[in-house]
Design a protein around this ligand. Structure first.
Ligand code: PMP
Length: 286
């Protein structure tokens, strides 16, 4: 059965919708997207931190010189989840430049938006992952702002692919000074002596899961070197898709399953499922 997709204001069957081959975004990655989760809760499906995701997306739209209607994208998100009757789902909003000219000036290009939802599967695929330091550098914030701009993700795609060829599930970006940046689709945390630290870096995406964990735990946010990270008791990754995922190996260093990581993962899952009243305001009912 074909899924429904919200496309420029209307819900339609995915197999009846298409974009032309001269779509500007197909050639240049001229688009901005989000990755959002909805969860089954005791009172029905709910979207986690919808307003925060759409605000980050709006910042990406501004960076590209696009108009983005936040209220319309929020309506599209709810509409597509309802049409697909999804509860545990991944939601993918996208705004992009369509078919006009193939020039690099965004002004004459038509803009489009869509929201898709798909039944949930984790992109890391397990509660623990083996991570390697990537030979690739992260896009510098001075070259491309750390937002969810489509073309920028080629950097993540190449790093992830390279890590895979060496048998690792995920790649970690380190800067020229040996400071940890982030992974291809997750932020990095470490635990040492019971203390939780959120890795901070100017080239990293301001993760919404990261911000949630900082609020829930009071974790300190600061710059962390690779040497310090390798000395941690536990490392975990955060992301909308990855949620809270433990790191079982960082190159040659193995980590036993971490008790604090497990506890934080369980706490996060309670929050996203609406079981913690203090954070109920992070959920938007479908
Ligand atoms: N870094 C990158 C590069 C990402 O793509 C993501 C996923 N959006 C994250 C970190 C985690 O961000 P969030 O918690 O907002 O999903």
């Amino acid at each position: 059965m074909s899924l429904n997709i919200w496309f420029d204001g209307k819900v339609g069957r995915a197999d009846t919708l298409s974009a032309p081959l001269t779509t500007h975004a197909l050639h240049y990655g001229s688009g901005v997207f989000e990755g959002i989760r909805s969860y089954a809760t005791a009172t029905g499906a709910a979207v986690f931190r919808l307003a925060d995701h759409l605000e980050r997306m709006r910042q990406g739209a501004v960076a590209l010189g696009f108009e983005m209607n936040v209220a319309a994208m929020a309506e599209g998100t709810i509409a597509v989840l309802r049409a697909n009757q999804h509860r545990d789902a991944y939601v993918r909003p996208l705004c992009w430049l369509g078919a006009g000219t193939l020039g690099l000036d965004v002004a004459p290009q038509p803009q489009h938006s869509m929201v898709a939802s798909m039944p949930w599967t984790s992109h890391l695929g397990s509660a623990e992952v083996r991570v390697t330091v990537s030979p690739f550098r992260r896009n510098s914030a001075l070259a491309i702002p750390p937002l969810k701009l489509c073309g920028a993700y080629i950097n993540s795609i190449m790093a992830k692919r390279e890590a895979g060829t060496r048998g690792f599930e995920e790649a970690m970006f380190i800067d020229a000074d040996g400071q940890v940046v982030e992974c291809t689709g997750e932020n990095v945390f470490m635990v040492r002596g019971g203390k939780v630290t959120a890795v901070q870096h100017v080239d990293a995406l301001a993760g919404i899961t990261r911000a949630s964990l900082i609020e829930m735990t009071g974790a300190e946010s600061r710059v962390v070197s690779l040497d310090e990270l390798k000395d941690a008791d536990e490392i975990f990754l955060t992301g909308t898709s990855a949620e809270v995922t433990g790191v079982s190996a960082l190159d040659g260093r193995d980590f036993a399953p971490g008790s604090i990581t497990a506890e934080l993962r369980a706490q996060y899952m309670k929050v996203v499922r609406g079981e913690v009243p203090q954070y109920a305001h992070w959920l938007t009912e479908v």
